[in-house]
Design a protein around this ligand. Structure first.
Ligand SMILES: Nc1ncnc2c1ncn2[C@@H]1O[C@H](COP(=O)(O)OP(=O)(O)OP(=O)(O)O)[C@@H](O)[C@H]1O
Length: 249
């Protein structure tokens, strides 16, 4: 498989705190890779470094060999990186369709063309019947899917998903897992996801990267990673004891 995204020796410090410390990993084209680890491990900071929200102190990110580091967020998006945010923040007063249209206009300046594309993306995310509703009236699972739709409408080469399963019930999680799996299988979309819900991580990803205190402590197939004593100690142990999923919110 060809490598699409390369995270190469990335570091970020906030004053004295090393939030991300010499982290490297890659995402093959067409794969679904999960980034997991306890709260404060540096996962969202890694996403922000990839997306150009802030510059790293060291290292660089490449997409299909092209250096993204140093580009602004809109330039990173134009280069083919679509992302969702941990806190879902649609334009509440706009319709579901217009929210997705904002993303679609990024690459399709003609409004009729962008709208057609937005409707297609809404169908993929099973939001077609809701397209004329005002976004703030959606349920949480629908808002999560709207976030994915907005990112997808920018026609990225890779989709970065930040905790899209958080707050969902197990059946809702399973539904979104299916939607994402279909998206990956039917369109070949490459996905990098931050996720605490291990049931989703195990069902979706072909590779898992584990961070703790900004350091990559493990990487491998999902079954290997969940059996890794280091991962059990810092992250999964508490979840196994309490019967919860990971040590996240
Ligand atoms: N802008 C910032 N300024 C200062 N410190 C920050 C900033 N962003 C993150 N941090 C700190 O960096 C560390 C890593 O945070 P980050 O949000 O990347 O972790 P995370 O793995 O995404 O955690 P969670 O699972 O809770 O979302 C934390 O200690 C956090 O407090």
């Amino acid at each position: 498989m060809t490598t699409l995204l390369e995270v190469d020796n990335l570091s970020k410090q906030f004053r004295g705190l090393r939030a991300v410390s010499n982290v490297s990993f890659s995402v093959p084209e067409g794969a679904i890779v999960a980034l997991i680890g306890p709260n404060g491990a540096g996962k969202t900071t890694t996403f922000n470094l990839i997306a150009g929200v802030m510059p790293p102190n060291e290292g660089e990110v490449r997409l299909a060999g092209r250096r993204l580091t140093g580009l602004r967020p809109d330039q990173v998006c134009a280069a083919g990186v679509g992302r969702t945010f941990q806190l879902v923040k649609p334009f509440g007063d706009l319709s579901v369709e217009d929210n997705v249209l904002v993303g679609a206009l990024h690459r399709r300046p003609r409004i009729a063309d962008a709208r057609r594309h937005a409707v297609q993306v809404l169908e993929l995310l099973e939001l077609g019947p809701k397209r004329h509703q005002i976004a703030r009236g959606l349920t949480l699972p629908e808002r999560k899917r709207l976030e994915v739709a907005r990112a997808l409408a920018t026609e990225p080469r890779i989709l970065l998903l930040d905790e899209v399963m958080a707050g969902l019930r197990p059946t809702e999680t399973d539904r979104l897992v299916e939607v994402l799996r279909d998206l990956n299988r039917d369109t070949g979309m490459t996905i990098l996801l931050i996720e605490h819900v291990m049931r989703a991580v195990m069902a979706l990803s072909s590779r898992v990267v584990v961070l703790d205190h900004g350091v990559r402590i493990s990487e491998g197939a999902p079954a290997e990673v969940v059996a890794d004593p280091k991962v059990i100690e810092v992250y999964l142990g508490s979840a196994l004891e309490s019967g919860e999923e990971g040590s996240g919110p």
